[in-house]
Design a protein around this ligand. Sequence first.
Ligand code: FES
Length: 87
Amino acid sequence: MANADGTLSAIQEGFRMMHGLQCGFCTPGMIMRASVLLRENPDPTEEEIRYGISGNLCRCTGYQNIVKAVQYAAAKMNGRTLQEAAE
Ligand code: FES
């Protein structure tokens, strides 16, 4: 999932920066699902993100930081900051 030069991808960076990392069971699935979601829909709404990750269940979180992580990644992949994307 990392970039070719070994740096974190936008999705990985999003999960790190927005504290979206959960356990080793759900996080890999969330990151893989976010990758497909953003490939299919590069600028998803919050509702589309929540629906998009709904097949990956985590019993331990309210998903808020995971959603923020995907929003962060989408913004970065579109050349914007998360704040710019929210405006
Ligand atoms: Fe991974 Fe809840 S933290 S399933």
